[in-house]
Ligand binder design. Structure first.
Ligand code: SF4
Length: 115
């Protein structure tokens, strides 16, 4: 039996998962889906920011296009730390394709004008 707190919404239900992947404690079906995924293939979305080369003291927010396997989070964060971009930027702009061969892109989430 494993216990975990559902992070899908602020209610934070306490979930219990047995060896047969039966889930109790979920107020809604999303909690069951979350618990099974968390036990079998845990993933997380990553949001961060990168330097904007041609605008001093400016950062562009970025995120992963898909959730990242939990055991790859720090590797992906290391790759994001190497990135920078030139303004102007557009929301959805891909700054790194297929990071670490995971079929996940790093995309801009903030529009930044040149000046
Ligand atoms: S089980 Fe449903 S209600 Fe409970 S925290 Fe998860 S998403 Fe929210």
């Amino acid at each position: 039996m494993k216990e975990l707190v559902c992070i899908v919404c602020p209610r934070g239900c306490l979930l219990r998962v047995d060896d047969d992947l039966n889930v109790t404690g979920a107020f809604c079906p999303r909690g069951k889906q979350y618990a099974i995924r968390e036990i079998t293939n845990p993933v997380r979305d990553i949001a961060s920011s990168i330097r904007v080369n041609n605008r001093p003291f400016t950062l562009a927010s970025v995120k992963t296009s898909k959730p990242v396997p939990k055991d790859k989070i720090f590797d992906v964060m290391d790759e994001i730390a190497k990135l920078s971009v030139d303004a102007p930027t557009t929301i959805g702009q891909v700054v790194k394709q297929n990071v670490l061969g995971l079929s996940i892109d790093i995309i801009i989430t903030k529009k930044i004008d040149l000046y």
